[in-house]
Structures are given as structure tokens and as C-alpha cells.
Design a protein around this ligand. Structure first.
Ligand SMILES: Nc1ncnc2c1ncn2[C@@H]1O[C@H](COP(=O)(O)OP(=O)(O)O)[C@@H](O)[C@H]1O
Ligand SMILES: O=P(O)(O)OC[C@H](O)CO
Length: 497
């Protein structure tokens, strides 16, 4: 019999990927396609859901062609996705009624302010583990129903469906037969009660969203549907795993024990700590979220969400044009011994954890006549590490446990300077795994468990391999002084609004 593989579809903020994994959890082949970002107004970010769908299809055919395998050799498909990004479509035409509103988009800030002023904050927090912020899907659905001609009426007639990208892709792959999501994605919508594990009528009333729009919520590892055959040249492949990308990365990093944590450095930065079968309510600006539903039970995580990290490096490249590509940031940063007191606060779309301040904007501090391109670049990289220190401090305070090591992944972890500085500023070792595509790997594992490709979580945990550990070398006094400077810079940026 020929070898079989798991196909993982990673639908991210800036690109879609298809990655084939083998039984050892190794990458066999990858395909990637970027798609357009629409910035209609300052602070708005939108995607074309149809373009996303075609980008995924083209990645699937490319990966099969490059790996030279038959669709019958795919044992299962796992899907992982940029979370919260919201698409609403008409079930009769199967076409979106508006662009997909991206997680980063701030177009619902006013709706959020109004809901907060009406005093809904506490009830939202106690039911969803989130706070009322434009980041989450709920107010994005409301915005579409309020602003697209005829949308509310159609929604009330039961003609419109809502989904995050996982839901949209399963719907398309199944030929419009299956309208589902998983616990991890549902927990980011602002409409799902993470303790009762049900869509919440009070929250739906608050937002004016009809229940008929919502997908059925399923486990993160089970067979939901089969692909309609024409996408896979005559073969029906089981779609067997779904998780939001950050929860999938937690799974791919094998953080199965309570207290284990990972940090992903992509467009934004997301640190998640597994808190087991107990949802821990945060008092320090973290989110409580569902990690996954596997084997009939759900597990929870504490999460710190930072909106801008790798995208600040992209801004150095595309906005300031002072580097040609992201990896070059490391060359420049290491040409100077320090930033000479320069700090950068990358609050391009406000600040997430732990500040939750949507009005603050980015800033540089401490600039002198001697400040060079190298200092500016180094300060931007260091800001990524300081933001993660803010989150880790909140996590330690909320969970009451110190972190032994931090597992890292995402595009920017290839930057050794950043990883070393991260370890120095946190005062904990940073572990970079061999397979850094942990998001895709996590989704592959979830699908593989459902179809019996892997036996259990123990087998998966054994596959995790460390590529490099960054040990902290900075003395405590320097760490404290540097971090105190960051705190001052953030506070100063928050004053300037
Ligand atoms: N060597 C590097 N140093 C710093 N940042 C990097 C480096 N390589 C990639 N990045 C940043 O990582 C991000 C891409 O990471 P990725 O995980 O692919 O993001 P996403 O899934 O959010 O689209 C980009 O913002 C890019 O600027
Ligand atoms: O697409 P990424 O990797 O930037 O992840 C986006 C997050 O899921 C947003 O919550």
C-alpha cells in the first residue's frame, strides 16, 4: 500500500497554505498563496472570502502536484485559520454579502463603545471570557447586518449564514452541505458561552444576531464532512480536524499539560497557556478561551493577544523602506550593542493585552541626533519582546505559576537576535522546535487523531523536537532597567491620543 499523509490547510491573515505531513509529523511539501488586503478606511482591514477560497484550492492542487501524490493518499484534512475574521453569506446563492471583516479591523469600535457604555462588559466577560472589543466576531456580524442593504431582513428570514474562515472553508469544501465550527473558533465570537458550551441567547439579543445564522459547534477532532469529489479528482477526503490558529499551535507544540505555554510571532503575537479542564478568569487583561474539544471533553487556555508584532517588521520594510526583507532586521539590529535608549511602541491599531486601549497609536521615544537606522530597527524588534513580557507577567499573576520554558513558533522566530533578547527580557529559556509550522501541524494532529492516523496525545508529544534553546544571559538589573523604560514609553504613548 502506498504511504498516506495528512493535509493541513492553514488559512492565515496574509496568506493561505497547504502543508502535507507524514506519520512522523514532518513536513513533506508545502504551497502558499498570498491574497489582497483591503484598507477601505483608516483602521479597517477586509478580505475577499471568495479570493481566500480560491487561494486555498490553488494551494491544494499545488501541494499535491509538487509532492506527486494521489488524493487517495490523503488520510484526512485538518483546517486551521485566522480567528474572529467574519464572513456572512447567502445560503441560496452561496455568495458572501460583504467582504470578510478581519480580526484586526477597527470598524466596529463605535459599536463596542456603545455596548460598553450600556454596561454589558461584565456579562460578556463572565460568559465568553472575552471583553467587548472590535477584535472579536460578534460586533462584526452586527456591523454587516446594520450596514449592508437588506441584510438584516434576509438574516431574519433565515437566509444568511455566519462563519469564521474554518466554517467558510468546510462549507465550500463540502459543496455547501455542512455549516459547522469547532469549540476553539466559537469561543472567539463573543456569542458563545464557554462554560455552558452553547450559543448564548442574551448575547445574541445584545448584538441583534438571529440564531439561525450560526454554525453548529463541534469537537476539534472528529469527521465533520467529506470533500465533494471534484476538488480532489474523484476522491472524497474526510475533513477531520479544526482549530483556530493559535489554539492549533498550542496543540502542535504539544502543550498538553496544565501550565505549558507557547508564543506565536506572526502578524500579531499570541501567547497561550494551557489551564486544563478549568477556565481561569483573568484579573490582568488576559482572555479566557477554549483550547480545544478532544475525546468528548474541552480544555481551556489563558491568552494574551498582541495585535502588531511581525507586521511592525513589515512596516520597516514597506512603510519606512529601511530594510529589504524581514530577515535583514536581524543584521541591522546586531550592528549596534543597544538601542541607546530608543523605544518603539507598535500600537498601530491600539494595544491588546494587557492594556486594551483601542485609541493609542504607535510612537518612538528617546531619539537623539545620534539615532541611526540600526537603532530604529533594533528598537522595533525589542518591542516585540517587551510586549510578550507584559503578557507573561499577566499570565504568571493570573495562574499563580511560574513558567519553566516558553515554546515559540511563527514567522519571526527565525530571528535569533529576537529570540535571544526575548529569553533575556523574560528571564526564562525560549525553546524553538524543529517544525516551526506548529499551527498547521496542530491541525494535522487533530485531524489525524480523528481518523486513527495517530493513536493518542502521548504519541504526538513524543514527536516534539527541540531545534534550539535560547538561554537567558542578561543580568537582572539590566533587565529591570530596560523593561522599566518600555513601561514608561507605553504610558507616554497612551497619554498622546
Ligand atoms: N527573520 C525575521 N525577523 C523578523 N520578523 C520576521 C522574520 N521573518 C518573518 N518575519 C515576520 O513574520 C511575519 C510572518 O509570520 P507568519 O507566521 O507567516 O504570519 P501570519 O500567519 O500572521 O501571516 C511577518 O510579519 C514577517 O515580517
Ligand atoms: O493569521 P495569524 O497567524 O496572524 O493569526 C491571527 C489570529 O488568529 C487572530 O486572533
Amino acid at each position: 500500500m502506498s504511504e498516506t499523509f495528512i493535509l493541513s490547510l492553514d488559512q492565515g491573515t496574509t496568506s493561505s497554505r497547504a502543508i502535507l505531513f507524514n506519520h512522523d509529523g514532518e513536513i513533506v511539501e508545502t504551497a502558499q498563496k498570498e491574497f489582497e488586503q483591503f484598507f477601505l478606511h483608516p483602521g479597517w482591514v477586509e478580505h475577499d472570502a471568495n479570493e481566500i477560497w480560491t487561494s486555498v484550492l490553488s494551494c491544494i492542487s499545488e501541494v499535491l502536484r509538487k509532492a506527486d501524490i494521489e488524493p487517495s493518499q490523503i488520510a484526512g484534512i485538518g483546517i486551521t485559520n485566522q480567528r474572529e475574521t467574519t464572513v456572512v453569506w447567502d445560503k441560496n446563492t452561496k455568495k458572501p454579502v460583504y467582504k470578510a471583516i478581519v480580526w484586526q479591523s477597527r470598524q466596529t469600535d463605535d459599536i463596542c463603545k456603545e455596548l460598553n457604555d450600556q454596561g454589558y462588559g461584565d456579562v460578556v466577560r463572565s460568559k465568553t471570557g472575552l471583553l467587548i472589543d472590535a477584535y472579536f466576531s460578534g460586533t462584526k456580524v452586527k456591523w454587516i447586518l446594520d450596514n449592508v442593504d437588506g441584510a438584516r431582513e434576509k438574516a431574519e428570514n433565515g437566509d444568511l449564514l455566519f462563519g469564521t474562515m474554518d466554517t467558510w472553508l468546510v462549507y465550500k469544501l463540502s459543496g455547501g452541505k455542512t455549516h459547522i465550527t469547532d469549540y476553539s473558533n466559537a469561543s472567539r465570537t463573543l456569542m458563545f458561552n464557554i462554560y455552558d458550551l452553547e450559543w448564548d441567547d442574551d448575547l445574541l439579543d445584545m448584538l441583534g444576531v438571529p440564531k439561525s445564522m450560526l454554525p453548529e459547534v463541534r469537537q476539534s477532532s472528529e469527521v465533520y464532512a467529506k470533500t465533494v469529489d471534484y476538488h480532489f479528482f474523484g476522491h472524497e477526503v474526510p475533513i477531520a480536524g479544526i482549530a483556530g490558529d493559535q489554539q492549533a499551535a498550542l496543540f502542535g507544540q504539544a502543550c498538553f499539560e496544565r501550565g505549558m505555554a507557547k508564543n506565536t510571532y506572526g502578524t500579531g503575537n499570541f501567547m497561550l497557556m494551557n489551564t486544563g479542564e478549568e477556565g481561569v478568569a483573568s484579573e490582568h487583561g488576559l482572555l479566557t478561551t477554549l483550547a480545544w474539544g478532544v475525546d468528548g471533553k474541552v480544555e481551556y487556555a489563558l491568552e494574551g493577544s498582541i495585535f502588531v508584532s511581525g507586521s511592525a517588521i513589515q512596516w520597516l520594510r514597506d512603510g519606512l523602506k529601511i530594510i529589504e526583507d524581514s530577515p535583514q532586521s536581524e543584521d541591522y539590529a546586531t550592528r549596534v550593542g543597544s538601542t541607546d535608549g530608543v523605544y518603539m511602541v507598535p500600537a498601530f491599531v491600539g494595544l491588546g493585552t494587557p492594556y486594551w486601549d483601542s485609541d493609542v497609536r504607535g510612537a518612538f521615544f528617546g531619539i537623539t541626533r545620534g539615532t541611526s537606522r540600526e537603532h530604529i530597527i533594533r528598537a522595533t524588534l525589542e518591542a516585540l519582546a517587551y510586549q510578550s513580557k507584559d503578557v507573561l507577567d499577566a499570565m504568571i499573576a493570573d495562574s499563580g505559576t511560574d513558567l519553566k520554558t516558553l515554546r515559540v513558533d511563527g514567522g519571526a522566530v527565525k530571528n535569533d537576535f529576537l529570540m535571544q533578547f526575548q529569553s533575556d527580557i523574560l528571564g526564562v529559556p525560549v525553546e524553538r522546535p524543529v517544525v516551526q509550522e506548529t499551527t498547521a501541524l496542530g491541525a494535522a494532529y487533530l485531524a489525524g487523531l480523528a481518523v486513527g492516523y495517530w493513536k493518542d496525545k502521548e504519541e504526538i508529544a513524543k514527536q516534539w523536537k527541540n531545534e534550539k534553546t535560547f538561554q537567558h544571559e542578561m543580568d537582572e538589573q539590566t533587565r529591570e532597567e530596560l523593561y522599566a523604560g518600555w513601561k514608561k514609553a507605553v504610558e507616554a504613548a497612551r497619554v498622546f491620543k
